[in-house]
Unconditional design. Structure first.
Ligand SMILES: *Cc1c(COP(=O)(O)O)cnc(C)c1O
Length: 456
């Protein structure tokens, strides 16, 4: 154990302090009495405090400390200039109840963002109220319901969701009081159009899709799907949480989608994870605009700081450079996929977009996807998304992003190959991984629900 792995209480020495204040004559105000015993705080010097917090910050893994190939979640590096802009006092000091005439700059940011996102997605307008992707999905589905109700079309209670969908899609539909109907994927990972046809009818409110889907594959039949769903009177909802591969290349509006959300905290530069902060703006096509809450641009606009970071990010990249993000992310994903497919099972061997899925090791010797993920931590890489999507039992879903250099991708590939070798030579060691992290394999559910956070 390293000296500074000790608890700060174990470093404590009576009387040691990290500050010095001048003697004062001041008395306590009347009615306030000194406590009888001093609080049981550790007594340490300033440098011990600094090391304590710095060491704590390094016990966790973040995109600022290493490569983070988390599929479906677009864990990209977030340029620090966006943090600086979001931290400007002129923005952080705003209050949502301020008169509109005093917050014109902020309104301009929102209006500019509305325009930028409309240009990127092909939607007509956006609302910035939703604070996360799932929140955006619920908002979007409520807009879908409003649209049908306004036409007296009350029988439309079903939402079609592919079996590869992100879990929040059916969950949001259920929260919205809609019935979920699952449409199968074919062996090539794309929606089965024939199966979809059989589900369409006057009771269908719409379909929720993401394209590229959660396997990182582009739904090539999207035009036909849009015609079929519109033809039966339904709407198309686009889950744009991972818009990265499409930026400046393809627009959901042009594919025929009517309603969509974006995750600004995935695609557009905000550190995310741990439940927030997020922003899930919802965009709509012409025919849904009348149901968007009005005004689109006024007070209480969700997480303004996240919107601001995204706006800075979009303006910094500009119309031309934003196109590179998706292309480089796609190139990186295909590079990793092709470099590792002789050691890992690749169930769908076609060209992918920004992410792809392996189904465990080709020659596993009892080594599971969980073992591989844990071992990666020993080598300083965060694990990819594992056991999702549910279509494959040993899913390893890898998404590099555009900010990773070729050298980083090569280092990751080398480590993944090394782990495949270790699976042959020493599977027991892999079952026990990780070996170099502060803790090994906690029960993840208990660790999340009943964390032990106190010194005992
Ligand atoms: C992350 C994600 C969501 C949900 O977004 P949250 O902000 O976590 O609510 C929805 N769909 C897809 C495809 C995602 O990757």
């Amino acid at each position: 154990m390293k000296y500074y792995d000790k608890l700060i209480f174990e470093l404590s020495k009576p009387g040691r302090t990290g500050y010095s204040l001048p003697e004062t004559e001041q008395q306590l105000p009347k009615g306030i009495v000194w406590r009888e015993t001093a609080p049981a705080l550790p007594e340490v010097s300033e440098v011990d405090v600094v090391r304590h917090y710095t060491n704590l910050s390094q016990m966790n893994f973040g995109v600022d400390t290493g490569f983070y190939p988390l599929g479906s979640c677009t864990m990209k590096y977030n340029p620090k200039v966006n943090e600086e802009i979001a931290a400007m006092p002129a923005f952080t000091g705003l209050h949502p109840l301020q008169p509109a005439s005093t917050v014109k700059g902020a309104l301009e940011v929102l209006a500019g963002m509305d325009k930028a996102l409309a240009a990127i997605t092909g939607m007509k307008h956006f609302t910035f109220l939703p604070c996360a992707g799932a929140h955006g999905e619920l908002t979007g589905l409520m807009l879908m319901r409003e649209y049908h109700m306004s036409r007296g079309d009350l029988a439309r209670t079903k939402v079609i969701v592919p079996d590869s969908a992100h879990g929040t899609n059916p969950a949001s539909a259920a929260v919205c009081g809609l019935d979920i109907v699952v449409v199968k994927s074919k062996a090539d990972g794309l929606v089965d159009v024939e199966a979809l046809k059989a589900l369409l009818g006057p009771d269908v409110a719409g379909i929720m899709l993401t394209n590229p889907n959660t396997l990182g594959l582009f739904e090539r039949d999207i035009k036909e799907i849009a015609e079929l769903v519109h033809g039966c009177g339904g709407l198309l909802y686009y889950d744009g949480a991972n818009m990265n591969p499409l930026l400046g290349v393809v627009r959901p509006g042009d594919m025929g989608f009517d309603i969509m959300h974006l995750n600004l905290h995935k695609t557009f530069s905000t550190p995310h994870g741990g439940g927030g902060p997020g922003s899930g703006p919802v965009g709509v096509s012409d025919k849904v605009v009348p149901f968007l809450h009005i005004p689109h641009v006024s007070g209480f606009h969700g997480n303004f700081g996240v919107i601001l970071r995204a706006y800075a990010y979009i303006l910094m990249l500009g119309r031309e450079h934003i196109k590179l993000a998706g292309k480089l992310a796609t190139l990186g994903a295909n590079y990793i996929k092709e470099s590792l497919k002789d050691c890992y099972k690749l169930p769908i061997p076609t060209v992918c977009k920004h992410e792809f899925v392996f189904d465990g090791l080709l020659e596993d010797n009892g080594v599971s996807t969980l073992d591989v993920a844990k071992r990666l931590l020993d080598y300083g890489f965060h694990a990819p998304t594992i056991y999702f999507p549910l279509l494959f039992h040993q899913a390893i879903m890898i998404e590099p992003t555009e900010t990773e250099s070729l050298e980083t991708l090569d280092a990751f590939i080398a480590v993944m190959r090394k782990i495949a070798e270790e699976a042959k030579s020493d599977p027991e060691m892999l079952h026990a991984a990780p070996h170099n992290t502060p803790i090994g394999r906690p029960d993840e559910t208990t660790a999340a629900r009943q964390p032990v956070l106190k010194y005992d």
